[in-house]
Design a protein around this ligand. Structure first.
Ligand SMILES: *[C@@H]1O[C@H](CO)[C@@H](O)[C@H](O)[C@H]1NC(C)=O
Ligand SMILES: *[C@@H]1O[C@H](CO)[C@@H](O)[C@H](O)[C@H]1NC(C)=O
Ligand SMILES: *[C@@H]1O[C@H](CO)[C@@H](O)[C@H](O)[C@H]1NC(C)=O
Ligand SMILES: *[C@@H]1O[C@H](CO)[C@@H](O)[C@H](O)[C@H]1NC(C)=O
Length: 207
């Protein structure tokens, strides 16, 4: 009976793992990009046949060939325009999809670079204020409209973030402001068992 419960436990742990899906990455790693900026999109961990697609306000599920320059699983846009604002993702020929990244192209002269992947409680998170100039500028960071930190080199790191760090962030350089980006913090996944696997079913409960 003990072996049986171990078997059930193992099968519940391994039955539902899926093949690792491709992951979309963007360079520069920012959801806010400047007009005329060059952007590279890549499907990482992708086998053949994954391509970058997007939805914008006037096109749906279009492939890189229609709006960028593609080679295998990568796609470049040499000069971003506000009509390139939209949701981007990688998709396999079978229709599997990666994470999505929302990119907004703006005419502002300042942009806020925030993490594109989910942030977990306890992570350190760096927000970067960018201008079209190469050097990171002295910048003021705001959370929910309130000035929270002034930095000399464009970067603000939040240590060990928690739910209370969630909010709308923006930055300001010499009187010019970025658009706002939302920072969301996810609960750390716990290792506790699914209660259905340990609790009510008599065949797998207490011995
Ligand atoms: C893209 O647009 C299609 C058609 O409107 C929609 O079904 C799909 O969910 C959208 N995909 C994303 C990632 O927003
Ligand atoms: C996209 O740009 C990257 C870096 O600039 C380059 O390495 C890559 O070959 C380019 N890909 C295409 C399809 O032009
Ligand atoms: C702020 O905006 C003004 C007007 O658009 C522009 O001339 C100036 O270069 C900007 N400053 C920075 C630091 O981007
Ligand atoms: C940052 O500087 C601005 C003006 O230079 C000031 O109004 C603001 O209070 C400062 N913020 C912090 C958190 O020190």
């Amino acid at each position: 009976m003990k072996d049986m419960s171990l078997l059930l436990l193992l099968s519940s742990l391994f039955c539902c793992s899926t093949n690792a899906a491709a992951r979309l990455t963007v360079t520069p790693s920012s959801s806010q990009v400047f007009r005329n900026e060059r952007v590279s999109l890549r499907c990482e961990d992708a086998s053949d046949g994954w391509t970058v697609r997007r939805n914008t306000s006037n096109e749906k599920r279009t492939e890189c060939e229609d709006w960028g320059r593609s080679a295998g699983s990568s796609c470049n846009i040499s000069s971003m325009d506000p009509v390139d604002s939209g949701v981007y993702w990688c998709e396999s020929t079978e229709g599997s999809t990666s994470n999505t990244i929302t990119i907004t192209v703006s005419d502002r002269s300042v942009s806020l670079q925030s993490p594109l992947l989910p942030v977990m409680e306890g992570d350190d998170v760096t927000l970067t204020c960018r201008t079209k100039m190469a050097d990171p500028p002295p910048a003021d960071f705001y959370k929910d409209g309130v000035s929270i930190r002034n930095v000399s080199d464009g970067h603000m790191t939040l240590l060990h973030v928690s739910r209370s760090d969630e909010g709308l962030y923006k930055c300001r350089v010499q009187g010019n402001e970025s658009a706002e980006s939302r920072l969301s913090v996810s609960e750390k996944p716990t290792t506790t068992m699914d209660p259905r696997a340990t609790g009510s079913d008599p065949s797998v409960s207490v011995f």
